[in-house]
Design a protein around this ligand. Structure first.
Ligand code: FCB
Length: 458
């Protein structure tokens, strides 16, 4: 008899994916190029030179994948729409074939009794927009609102839950700060402009989604639980700089309509050079939301460090005087992330404390672990460590609910093994193993465990 953590009756169990990571078919039915198509072709950018050209071939196999979701028993499935499939150059009328694909997915889910949850932007910016400046450029925010309208006009009558952006921190600071993600730029002020324009894009699209009939509108942030390495004042200040960049830069404008007080200390010179924030923007950004999506994987332990680049004019926006020290005592997943589920409980409780009534209901929109999965001689994938990871984090969510945080649901990352960005196909996060040579799907032990957890409640 399994001893599962317990949740309120209406709690939503789900699973998540993202377009570029699973769809493949990058050249089909009029899809335009995305920044990830371009970035993946840059030598050395993605491990093994992997691309999204085929991925999990979900574009052709979505019916099988919906059948897997049905077998899993999830109430909701979070997936993303590829902007360049819908608007190949990021502007102008919709590519009907692109919208048709997502309509087939939505209708397939509804037929299977699964609620669709759509993310509009999970990092695949149309390449044509990047060539005009990408997120450094304010116009991209207006383009995003137009794109949101095209998708919502087609699907909002059937999709109850909408997520504007996935993890804008990654788009701004991995995309334009340290260059580890597409478009691979290493910049200072432009990365901060990207952060701001992403927030404006989000804010502009909220009323658009509501007008089209979306019932629940939110944004997904990758909030961090930042722990100072020691109690020394320098380390505590470094932790605040990390928290400013990772969390407060996003949550303060969204929930308080202001930029964080600690910003000057975080960016010093960079902040003085910014010209991109306009009056009225914070009102746009702080449009009330129905929920906050949080993606959580691992905590950060940080200590004080000097700037890596002494010249303030040459400094990138991620260079703000802290460095990670790791958690040697914890187990580490296959991507090297320490496993510390109690930190998810702490994050949720501290958010609740900081924002009180200004914090909307929360969904964990991603949580999961990469493990070195290998099919065993019996053909199954015995991923006991993933089960322990999921169990620990679900218990942390249950504890936060017991402590009064309004968490409404939890989506496992991910349904399938998939293209893990700069790691290519080398890291497996799925509940379902994908044999990329044959595209055969093998539900792992964690799939059966999650299924049992869900069905034990119904
Ligand atoms: C998150 C991303 C998701 C996936 C997981 C492991 O940052 O949103 O696409 O790559 O990490």
């Amino acid at each position: 008899m399994n001893d599962f953590p317990s949740f309120p009756p209406r709690f939503v169990f789900g699973a998540a994916t993202a377009a570029f990571q699973i769809e493949g078919a990058t050249g089909e039915d009029g899809r335009g190029l995305s920044i990830w198509d371009t970035f993946a072709r840059r030598p050395g950018a993605v491990l093994g030179g992997d691309t999204g050209d085929v991925a999990c071939d979900h574009y052709h196999r979505y019916r099988d994948d919906i059948a897997l979701l049905k077998e899993l028993g999830v109430r909701s499935y979070r997936f993303s729409v590829s902007w360049p499939r819908v608007q190949p150059t990021g502007a102008g009328p919709a590519n009907t074939a692109g919208l048709d694909f997502y309509e087939r997915v939505v209708d397939g889910l509804l037929e299977a009794g699964i609620e669709p949850a759509v993310t509009l932007y999970h990092w695949d910016l149309p390449q044509a927009l990047e060539e005009q400046g990408g997120w450094r450029h304010r116009d991209t925010a207006y383009r995003f609102a137009d794109y949101a309208r095209l998708v919502a006009d087609r699907l909002a009558d059937r999709v109850p839950r909408w997520i504007t952006l996935n993890e804008p921190w990654c788009s701004a600071f991995l995309g334009y700060g340290n260059g580890l993600h597409a478009p691979g730029a290493r910049e200072g002020t432009p990365a901060l402009a990207a952060a701001h324009h992403l927030l404006v894009a989000h804010g502009l699209s909220v009323p658009v989604l509501r007008e089209a009939g979306a019932r629940e509108v939110g944004i997904t942030l990758n909030l961090d639980h930042v722990v100072p390495a020691t109690g020394a004042p320098d380390d505590v200040a470094a932790a605040l700089r990390a928290e400013t960049q990772r969390n407060l830069l996003w949550t303060e404008p969204l929930f308080k309509g202001r930029y964080p007080d600690s910003e000057d200390d975080t960016w010093e010179e960079l902040i003085r050079r910014q010209l991109f924030r306009r009056s009225g923007d914070l009102d746009i950004i702080s449009a009330p939301l129905d929920f906050l999506g949080i993606n959580y994987y691992t905590p950060s332990v940080v200590r004080n460090a000097p700037h890596r680049e002494p010249d303030p004019l040459a400094r990138t926006a991620d260079d703000n005087r802290f460095e990670g020290v790791g958690m040697p005592e914890a187990r580490h997943t296959a991507v090297g992330w320490p496993v510390a589920p109690h930190t998810l409980h702490e994050l949720l409780v501290s958010l609740g404390r900081r924002y009180g009534d200004a914090l909307p209901p929360v969904y964990l929109t991603e949580n999961g672990s990469a493990e070195d999965d290998v099919p065993a001689s019996d053909g199954a994938v015995h991923d006991a460590e993933r089960i322990a990871y999921l169990d620990g984090h679900l218990r942390a969510v249950a504890a936060a609910i017991a402590d009064g945080v309004d968490v409404r649901g939890y989506y496992v990352w991910s349904l399938l093994d998939n293209f893990e960005w700069a790691y290519g196909y080398s890291k497996r996060f799925g509940l379902v193993y994908v044999d990329y040579a044959t595209q055969r799907r093998v539900p792992k032990d964690s799939f059966h465990w999650y299924r049992a957890l869900i069905s034990a409640r119904t």
